[in-house]
Design a protein around this ligand. Structure first.
Ligand SMILES: O=C(O)CCC(=O)C(=O)O
Ligand SMILES: [Fe+2]
Length: 353
């Protein structure tokens, strides 16, 4: 089921037999996913059930959103200190370990989650945007629940205890991300970054990326630590090159902990595309979107990039304690149980502090 093609060490898994096949097909796909998450923590998934036209449509709307004027975009910013992960967030809003993150984003959550209402562009500005994004949210939620079912099958969890049941409220959110064109020299200087090394903190992340590239995952064992900052300085990374028609799926911290370390929560980052030659002699970066950001006048350009990460988290009441099948007398539990809601609240507060 898994094929390596020419993509080093990140398995590509065809999900179609899980969605449409026999019980045996489902078990085989689930087992391939299990193996890949044990070794790498990242997979490419093809035939995942989300129509490519919807994925393309989402990228098109994302481009249109980020082409709005600065004031149209800032009108969609959440009010002070509230509504994490909703609405527009401008360039330079995030600084990680002294790197200024050169990206703008637009976050949406579950339309049914009234505790964190979404913020939408006015209908007359981007007709159909809201309906499209609500549908896209639902498509990604369905895929997330299928993946949780595959993982529950591997662990032989009862339906009452299944991972999907612990995500019954789909408290998920996704971001439209735009990394504007930027001087490669500035990006390589370490002062600016696209996304510095980090790991995700929920359970599963789906990631759609355009054809530019730049996502990289840390090679486990290349540094004798689990700290992102150390990997950034001394670790080696493998590019997760764009593969048309696939979605990248990775494990977040909570699922690593829930599986007692069985599935890897791999550190990753976004750099300039690895294969990008220095474009000598080019002038100021072509930066067609309105980002309010001066990309600099140095003579080299890393092109703009778009991506759409979709983050799943368990229901707030879920207790994250090593799942059956992930521990035994010989393999003791590595972590104490924690409440998902408390953990996620602490994480979000730390980010917005
Ligand atoms: O843009 C990407 O490819 C990845 C973004 C990411 O890792 C994140 O937002 O957590
Ligand atoms: Fe991430």
């Amino acid at each position: 089921m898994a094929s390596s093609l020419d993509i080093p060490s990140i398995p590509l898994i065809d999900f179609s037999p899980f969605l449409h096949g026999s019980a045996r097909d489902r078990a085989q796909v689930a087992s391939s996913i299990d193996e890949a998450f044990k070794s790498r923590g990242f997979i490419y998934l093809s035939n995942h059930g989300i129509d490519q036209r919807k994925v393309d449509g989402c990228f098109e709307l994302s481009q249109r959103l980020f082409s709005l004027t600065d004031s149209e975009k800032t009108n969609m910013q959440p009010s002070q200190g509230r509504l994490h992960y909703r609405g527009y967030s401008g360039i330079g809003n995030e600084k990680v370990r002294e790197h200024l993150c050169i990206k703008e984003g637009f976050g949406c959550g579950n339309p049914e989650d009234t505790s964190q209402p979404n913020i939408w562009p006015p209908e007359e500005l981007l007709p159909g945007f809201r309906a499209f994004m609500e549908d896209f949210f639902s498509e990604c939620s369905i895929l997330t629940h299928h993946l949780l079912d595959a993982l529950s099958l591997v662990l032989d969890l009862s339906s009452a205890n299944s991972l999907s049941r612990n995500h019954a409220h789909s408290v998920f959110n996704f971001d439209l991300l735009h990394y504007p064109a930027v001087s490669t020299q500035l990006l390589n200087s370490g002062k600016l970054a696209r996304v510095p090394a980090h790991s995700d903190f929920g359970t599963l992340t789906l990631l759609f990326q355009d054809d530019v590239g730049g996502l990289e995952i840390a090679d486990l064992g290349s540094v004798d630590t689990e700290k992102s900052a150390e990997f950034e300085k001394h670790g080696s990374f493998t590019p997760v090159k764009p593969v048309p028609g696939t979605v990248v799926v990775n494990i977040g911290y909570l699922l690593m902990r829930w599986s007692n370390g069985r599935w890897k929560n791999t550190i990753h980052r976004v750099m300039g595309p690895s294969s990008l030659p220095m474009q000598e002699g080019s002038t100021k970066p072509d930066n067609p979107r309105n980002t309010g950001f001066d990309a600099g006048s140095l003579e080299d350009t890393t092109p703009e990039r778009y991506s759409i990460p979709f983050f799943a988290s368990p229901d707030p009441e879920a207790m994250i304690d090593a799942l059956p099948g992930c521990w035994s007398q010989d393999v003791p539990k590595r972590w104490k149980p924690i409440n998902s809601g408390d953990f996620l609240r602490r994480k979000r507060d730390a980010i917005s502090a």
